[in-house]
Write a protein that binds this ligand. Structure first.
Ligand SMILES: Cc1cc2nc3c(=O)[nH]c(=O)nc-3n(C[C@H](O)[C@H](O)[C@H](O)COP(=O)(O)OP(=O)(O)OC[C@H]3O[C@@H](n4cnc5c(N)ncnc54)[C@H](O)[C@@H]3O)c2cc1C
Length: 416
């Protein structure tokens, strides 16, 4: 039995009948021998790819292979920020497409993603920050993205809890349409919607190799549950991208790092926007439960581990206290890390790979949660049509040989 459509009427009916009618949100099927499309990676990007393949392109025999549990990677470990305040037109088009999707996805997926457009304010603490901030603000406006330049007085009236000490506030760029969305809900919403189209979500299924035919085309994946044939294969495995590429026989300009997130004990509401302070190396928002959700830089050395190291913890907490010294006695409740896929120009890699039959979606680094609807939509287009979507063309792997990079290091300067 599937979960059926969620609605207030359904909730009332189930409430009156002891809640016995709710089915699981997705099935746990046995793998079939062959699928039209196999997607490796049950994070947000993999599941969104499956959903758009089924919904937009009518592909029916689809499997998502996840070695652990869906959302157990970065998609369930991030700090949930969504925004489109990027510099280059290519990035603005991509990330704003994703943000526009987020604005209506809860209704489309019939699943509450808890999207809260509470705004994101990037603070400028030095004349250099002001120059960069104004440059970003101008670029955003030229790209048709909402942006406001706020002076210091305005910032302190909008966020009265800020108590700048060693880092004076000189201004900041506000994107009011930015905000947060519940990360698990995004994963579960796409999984449930994909399942409703018949997509097989195979958890506990690890890809350990690929089989190619005589022409060199990948035609099957090898897994711990046996070989699964595939008309086309999509990779959306974030920090494991280089390992999967190794198995398939090609190289990627990706380096994996641990990125940490921190959560404080719950506090009374005092922060109703997302704050990002590149100079202190910290960004923070307050969850609906009152906890502060914050983070900062990557760990200092490459790693495939999903745990972080104390020096970054210390640096990020110090950054938070620069902005809010009165939080010094607040206790840290939880800390964790994910393994992110970092690329030289801080932009994703989307499109075909050197191995025919395999397409990829990776390189989102510290900022791919906000892009899940776009990444899934574009990988689905590639897998269904064999061609990159026009929006994905600039993000192809060949840019690392042509040198036509899309440098978004400033927009991705600290993790978010
Ligand atoms: C601490 C932290 C904070 C972040 N904050 C933000 C933020 O605020 N905003 C934002 O936009 N982004 C943020 N990000 C980045 C964002 O989370 C990621 O870019 C995004 O979730 C990547 O999604 P994905 O689906 O590509 O990868 P993942 O969610 O990592 O999914 C990949 C999946 O592939 C699976 N897999 C790997 N190898 C195999 C295999 N061999 N076989 C089968 N399955 C395999 C993994 O188990 C994993 O579940 C943050 C990341 C971290 C770690």
């Amino acid at each position: 039995m599937r979960s059926g459509r969620y609605s207030a009427w359904r909730l009332l009916r189930e409430g009156l009948s002891g809640h016995r009618g709710w089915g699981p949100a997705w099935r746990s099927p046995e793998p079939q021998r062959h699928y039209d499309v196999v997607i490796v990676g049950g994070g947000g990007h993999g599941l969104a790819t499956a959903y758009y393949l089924a919904r937009t392109h009518g592909v029916r025999r689809i499997a998502v292979l996840e070695r652990g549990w869906i959302g157990g990677g970065n998609s369930g470990r991030n700090t949930t920020i969504i925004r489109s305040n990027y510099f280059w037109p290519e990035s603005a088009a991509l990330y704003d497409f994703a943000l526009r999707q987020y604005e209506q996805l809860s209704r489309e997926l019939n699943f509450n993603l808890m999207v809260s457009q509470r705004g994101l304010l990037m603070l400028a603490h030095t004349p250099h920050d002001v120059e960069l901030g104004r440059r970003t603000f101008n670029a955003m406006r030229l790209n048709g993205i909402d942006a406001e330049w706020l002076d210091a007085d305005r910032i302190l009236s909008e966020v009265p809890s800020l108590q700048p000490s060693r880092f004076p506030i000189l201004g900041g760029v506000m994107q009011r349409r930015a905000g947060i969305a519940r990360h698990d809900a995004v994963v579960w919403g796409f999984a449930r919607a994909a399942d409703s189209f018949g997509v097989d979500i195979l958890q506990g299924t690890e890809v350990t190799g690929f089989r190619t035919d005589a022409t060199g085309r990948a035609v099957a994946v090898l897994t711990n549950r046996g070989e699964i044939g595939a008309g086309a294969i999509g990779l959306a495995v974030a920090g494991s991208s280089t390992q999967l590429a190794d198995l398939a026989g090609f190289r990627l300009p990706v380096t994996s790092y641990a990125l940490q997130a921190f959560v404080s004990e719950p506090l009374k509401p005092f922060l109703d926007t997302v704050l990002l302070s590149p100079a202190t190396g910290c960004y923070v928002s307050q969850s609906d439960k009152g906890e502060l959700v914050f983070g900062g830089a990557l760990d200092l050395f490459p790693s495939f581990a999903q745990r972080g190291t104390p020096p970054i913890l210390e640096q990020v907490v110090a950054g938070l206290l620069e902005m809010f010294p009165t939080l010094a006695r607040v206790r840290l409740l939880r800390q964790w890390a994910g393994c992110v896929d970092v690329v030289h120009d801080s932009s994703p890699i989307l499109g075909p790979t050197p191995v025919p039959g395999i397409a990829i979606n990776c390189g989102w680094g510290t900022g791919g949660f906000k892009a899940i609807p776009a990444g899934g939509y574009l990988l689905a287009h590639q897998l269904a049509t064999g061609q990159p979507h026009p929006m994905a063309v600039p993000f192809g792997l060949e840019r690392f040989s042509t040198g036509r990079l899309i440098d978004e290091a400033a927009a991705a300067g600290i993790a978010h």
